[in-house]
Write a new protein. Structure first.
Length: 302
């Protein structure tokens, strides 16, 4: 129905711009000290959109939780298995993208000296530990093992909106593939308050807003498949949390004398796009999903 969809879009997009507006007014762009905190706050705006729709439709919360994927779905064993597979599968995909980027000559690794990390710390005026190797190993291990849990709440803020509420409605009305692609594109456009500043692709400037949509479409298909396969939003939450925790490793492992081009390398670059596309095609081909049948959402009485 149009009113719930309009409510969701207005809240999710309007509040995202409101959350990041101080960064724009600050004038320092990606260098603003407000960026990290407000970017995290922005992640909760899709969830606010879902709550707004719930207030409009007045659906009993138990039914609402099931419809929006807050439960583990009908086959809880499958959901738990896919949560575990995603927990370790997303980091594997990230490091595979880094390895492939180096193998095809698009990225120079410096695993011995870790000059990329050293240069980053020095640029920030932070102290450089004597044993950078141990620091990186600990950070990567924590990112892989604890990242999904530590990032679960903000990741849920996004995933409850995009995969929990919006995706089933788009898939039901447009078919699986179209719904997955369209929901990913909407997710990518929603990032505009940050990506117009060059977020994730600083060398692209405001063109990063357009480029990032491509990544979101592909990652959205992966996270959306998890949602549709299980009837639960939690595998997508784990995948999103793991992505945010581990993906920055591409900068840590690079060579400072030849900084990695984030447009090309890593899971968010073109190399990663190819890997994501292969994974998504394989999942949809060998483990197909069907459009869900969400309960009707009545318009509120006048």
């Amino acid at each position: 129905m149009k009113r719930p969809l309009l409510t969701f879009i207005v809240l999710a997009f309007g509040l995202s711009w409101a959350a990041v507006l101080p960064v724009w007014l600050d004038g320092r762009g990606l260098g603003s000290p407000l960026l990290l905190g407000l970017a995290t706050l922005m992640m909760f705006t899709p969830a606010v959109g879902v709550i707004g729709v719930w207030a409009v439709t007045r659906t009993p919360f138990k039914d609402w939780a099931r419809q929006t994927g807050l439960t583990l779905g009908e086959r809880k064993g499958r959901t738990v298995a896919l949560i575990l597979a995603t927990w370790f599968g997303v980091p594997l995909l990230i490091f595979l993208a880094i390895g492939l980027s180096a193998a095809v000559g698009l990225m120079s690794l410096d695993l011995g000296g870790l000059s990329g990390l050293r240069a980053t710390l020095q640029a920030r005026g932070a102290p450089v530990p004597a044993n950078l190797g141990s620091v990186v190993a600990i950070q990567i291990a924590l990112g892989v093992l604890a990242g999904p849990a530590l990032n679960a709440i903000p990741a849920l803020g996004e995933e409850w909106g995009w995969r929990g509420w919006l995706l089933p409605r788009l898939v039901s009305g447009n078919g699986v593939l179209a719904g997955l692609l369209f929901s990913g594109a909407v997710w990518g456009v929603w990032h505009a308050p940050l990506t117009l500043l060059g977020y994730n692709y600083p060398r692209l400037g405001s063109w990063a807003a357009l480029f990032f949509i491509g990544f979101c479409v592909l990652a959205g298909v992966l996270f959306g498949w998890l949602r549709l396969r299980t009837g639960s939003v939690w595998p997508a939450v784990v995948g999103h949390g793991s992505l945010n925790a581990v993906a920055p490793a591409v900068l840590v492992l690079g060579d400072a004398t030849a900084p990695p081009n984030e447009v090309l390398v890593g899971v968010t670059g073109l190399v990663g796009w190819v890997l994501l596309a292969v994974v998504c095609v394989a999942l949809l081909r060998f483990f197909p999903v069907r459009p869900p049948q969400p309960a009707a959402e009545p318009e509120p009485a006048a």
